[in-house]
Design a binder for this molecule. Sequence first.
Ligand SMILES: Nc1ncnc2c1ncn2[C@@H]1O[C@H](COP(=O)(O)OP(=O)(O)OP(=O)(O)O)[C@@H](O)[C@H]1O
Length: 593
Amino acid sequence: MGGNDTTSNDRDEGDAEDSAPSADIGIDIDDLSLDDLDGGSSDSADPTSAADPSDSTQTTDTDESATADPAMSDTSQENGTPQEDDTPQGGLFDDLLSGDPIFENKDVLRPSYTPDQLPHRQDQINDMATILVGALRGETPSNILIYGKTGTGKTASAKFVSNELETTSQKYDVPCEVEYINCEVTDTQYRVLAQLANTFIEANERHIESRLASLRALKERADTGQTSLDDIEPDTNEDAEIDPDATSSDVVPSVGDRSDTASSTNSTDTTIDTDEADFDSIAAVEERIAELEADLDAFEPVPMTGWPTDRVYSTFFDAVDYHERVVVIMLDEIDKLVEKSGDDTLYNLSRMNSELDNSRVSIMGISNDLKFTEFLDPRVKSSLGEEEIVFPPYDATQLRDILAARADIAFEPDSLSEDVIPLCAAFAAQEHGDARRALDLLRTAGELAERGQTERVGEDHVRQAQEKIEIDRVVEVVRTLPTQSKVVLFAVILLERNGAQNINTGEVYNIYRRLCDEIDADVLTQRRVTDLISELDMLGIVNAVVVSKGRYGRTKEMNLSVPIDETEAVLTSDSRLGDIEDVQPFVQARFDS
Ligand SMILES: Nc1ncnc2c1ncn2[C@@H]1O[C@H](COP(=O)(O)OP(=O)(O)OP(=O)(O)O)[C@@H](O)[C@H]1O
């Protein structure tokens, strides 16, 4: 499922890496930073010298990689510059490429990969299929709400089922479409309806174009006197048939000509599918072509902004109802939509069926917030929750199975030591049984082993990966904090840096006020700052406990619960906090006050 990823920053990188030339050899060049190169191989990289081949101060590296670029080593020899171990030459990547690759296909460990098999989700998949099969019979399936914590396979399973549904609908020629919307990205009624309207307009345009193509072909044959309908593709759609009883002089084919087609369209003897719209003349075909062309011209895509919502809704409504079909609208992260813009969208979607003439709409909502339905209008709640499917967290054994299946495709044979999968599974099971986290761990452990140029991934790599992912998570959370929270956190860091422990709210507030003065920010009240500290506590950035100070009342005491260096680096990368030059004097405030 789309967003809500607190486990890794890499979540959406999959596509970008498809084109990486390294895919075959298992080295992910996009992922390499210069820090990664530091110490990761025999030479530590100096980007400036590596980037500038004309630099005459460059030295010759005696290891194999240096000889990869004869031009560069020649220059260095001429200069007679002494060898310096830490200055790389050409062949920057040769060392990295030299070892045996660990990954066979790293992409299968990425969130963007959709597996063919979803172990331990058969029950949920069967439940969904049992509900949605109605769509293939032309009935309206019940709406479904899917719940479960993050990484429990909700999106993967729902997408798997919808792919199957669409494939089967094509096989049996039953019009059924599934539209997927990630409500974390598309989070307002306007955007949801506009995206749906535009998708259906495009689908309608394709549908009309194909009708027009067959009608024009039919007309051309009739115009040129080719009367054999054998050439005309048997088509059960309304436009492909011509009335067998046609009498007009410009009737296209004769009855005798179309017996084959007739038999292929469920008709007995010479009658052709008279349930469908028929044409008794070329003029009728032309008229239908003109109608379709007019429909095509009338479609107006919804702009990204600017229309009244009513108009967007009616455009979507008309587009869906343009022809007969069952539509399943999959709203992933549906709670985000409700949180951001209330339940109007769901209300409108859930009452559509009573007004649609040709099509039927069914909603599949996916959420990892079990409580979001509490905020729904009771009518919406009961309509949306006609069927509910729960995705429980995976336990360590189930995660092992999932990882083992992926690892088979992702890694070269014998690249994983035997502890690796159980350890990844155990770490992820502790984190509420999150398969995404387990896969991230396995991939990161593999990358660390690869960068360390070891032949096998070991337990240590998994532990380092766990730490790295945790730091990535912290960095992401801290980076997206509002400025005021960042200032509060910065105050805590400054106090810790100066040896303070069990820091109390008053101390934080004093430093906070001075930092605000320094950066020209509004100073909030101490009560508000206490609230911000509670939020930092909830995010797991500080650990705050309330302690009683006897007759002085109660206060909060806190310590930082994230790595101080990385957190400080993220804070000072914020342009406002980065402007604070000398932090030392502020810390004195603790002792002055
Ligand atoms: N049973 C399974 N077998 C194989 N892979 C799985 C399974 N369950 C989940 N995954 C993988 O785990 C990752 C997360 O799964 P998915 O996005 O479906 O979770 P989710 O429940 O929708 O999470 P979120 O609520 O955070 O979006 C995906 O890469 C998915 O392929």
